[in-house]
Design a protein around this ligand. Structure first.
Ligand SMILES: Cc1ncc(COP(=O)(O)O)c(C=O)c1O
Length: 483
């Protein structure tokens, strides 16, 4: 015994000794009431200082894994093993899963994603490029905030969110042209939680939601998990097809609509200002509340600022705006917000409190201080210029190599490629994977089982060289398959 103890660097030695002994006790190698070696003896055996063993024994005693008999030494206390019946009782958890869990698993494409070998060129991600993150300013923001109110930040906070961040966002949204009168903000764990909160709050009259087709896969998944039927409306080059939207609205009733007007995922299209006006007119005419996903708005590379739908709505309260810092800054912080009518926020706050009490105050405060210190503008300038360069390179490579029918993407972190009808992108994907290149097959974004001839190319985390090599490969294989 004691021969397999190995010290690791950077962790207090006495804790490593304590954990090692605890493990021996739990596994039964050291039995109940068994005498532990003297501190001197164990120190020699483990090649550590005697003080470390003394502290380890004291720690074991504090945790209830050892006791001392004055003048005799320390003894192990084993945790009571379960009864034989309980320890051999194994539940078949799969059979106990409800419909919700089964559907969540079925729709979890991350578990079914294509496996990439090491060295594969992958166009599947639309996450930011972490090498652009200005870590020094994030660290400074953390230290600044901790020194101001570290104790408070580590305690429970408010369901609605960290007040300074809410106030910052109020002004931020005002600068986007939003009339804030009668509106309020709730901080969420990214867009995804905000979306779920709204869906769980809405009363269900018809159980149907209308949206763009294709659309954000996570939104499709959550709409299905909430039991909504989905009607997808095709896209045109400048956004959703208003004629088809009107037809659908006149034929059925919808509990709400979900739209991604800027840098739409997956098509990358920015809805034109005229279309935004037309869209809002229709939604008002048919009385359908709008959930607006503004996740990517800041990643504009050219052209003028386009106001979000919630700004188009003026003093009206029919738009629920979901913002997120996942693309604009750091997805790991999981911070987003809901901007909506104050009465709706009042209810959403209660649902959020019931579900997870609040979003991490520490994370919110770091983000707030980072924004307050004026870092967003500097970071965005750098990120935009880098992504714009990659965007233009990807665009140019697609035009040079890929036999597409249409290509869309006005900015953001991806491009969307449509091939001729009948071309099977899943076959292309498999053939490219064999050559070390992968991308996202577009069918996962379609609400009606279509899109087999489409693909999304995320370029944010791919090097220039790999963009060239990867797209040349996709183009070559696609031409071969087309014959
Ligand atoms: C359309 C859309 N909305 C929102 C998000 C961000 O979601 P979250 O803030 O939960 O990370 C993404 C991320 O890819 C997206 O594509």
């Amino acid at each position: 015994m004691f021969k397999d103890f190995k010290l690791v660097a950077g962790r207090p030695v006495y804790i490593q000794v304590k954990d090692y002994l605890k493990n021996l006790i739990v596994k039964g190698a050291l039995q109940d009431n068994q005498k532990l070696p003297s501190t001197r003896e164990l120190a020699t055996l483990l090649k550590v200082s005697r003080n470390s063993v003394i502290s380890a024994y004291a720690g074991l005693e504090d945790d209830g894994f050892a006791y001392t008999v004055q003048g005799q030494g320390s003894y192990a206390v084993s945790t009571s093993p379960g009864s034989e019946a309980a320890s051999s009782w194994n539940i078949d958890w799969k059979s106990r899963m409800n419909g919700h869990a089964r559907l969540a698993e079925e729709l979890d494409i991350m578990k079914r994603g294509i496996r990439a070998e090491k060295g594969t060129i992958s166009f599947t991600s639309i996450a930011p490029d972490e090498s652009l993150f200005d870590l020094d300013n994030v660290k400074r923001a953390f230290l600044d905030r901790m020194s101001v109110e570290g104790n408070i930040l580590l305690n429970y906070g408010y369901a609605k969110g960290y007040k300074p961040l809410i106030e910052y966002l109020q002004q931020y949204m005002e600068h986007k042209g939003v009339n804030m009168k009668g509106k309020d903000i709730l901080i969420t764990n990214g867009f995804t939680e905000g979306f779920n909160l709204v869906l769980s709050a809405l009363s269900r009259k018809n159980g149907k939601v209308i949206c763009e087709n294709p659309t954000h896969q996570t939104a499709i998944k959550n709409l299905k998990l909430h039991g909504f039927g989905i009607t997808g409306i095709p896209m045109e080059r400048d956004g959703i097809h208003l004629g088809q939207l009107e037809k659908a609205l006149s034929e059925d009733t919808y509990d709400c609509a979900y739209f991604v007007p800027s840098y739409h995922n997956p098509t990358g299209i920015v809805m034109s200002p005229e279309k935004r006006q037309g869209l809002m007119k229709l939604m008002n005419q048919y009385g359908v509340p709008v959930i607006e996903d503004g996740f990517n708005e800041e990643l504009r590379y050219s052209g003028s600022h386009v106001a979000p739908l919630i700004a188009t709505a003026g003093g009206g309260n029919s738009v629920v705006y979901l913002g997120s810092f996942s693309k604009v800054l750091f997805p790991g912080l999981r911070i987003g917000w809901i901007l909506a009518d104050q009465e709706l926020i009042y209810y959403l706050e209660s649902i959020k409190r019931a579900q997870n009490i609040h979003t991490s105050t520490l994370d919110q405060s770091i983000l707030y201080q980072y924004l307050y210190n004026g870092n967003l503008e500097k970071y965005l300038k750098r990120a935009r210029s880098e992504y714009k360069r990659k965007y233009e390179l990807t665009l140019q490579c697609c035009k040079e190599y890929v036999p597409f029918t249409t290509l869309s993407g006005d900015g953001g972190l991806h491009l969307f490629v449509t091939f001729a009808q009948g071309f099977n992108v899943r076959v292309l994907l498999e053939a490219c994977r064999e050559q070390g290149v992968i991308f996202t097959a577009g069918d996962i974004f379609f609400t009606d089982g279509g899109g087999q001839h489409t693909m999304r190319l995320g370029f944010s985390r791919v090097s220039d060289e790999d963009i060239r090599k990867g797209i040349a490969c996709i183009g070559r294989v696609a031409r071969q398959l087309m014959g």
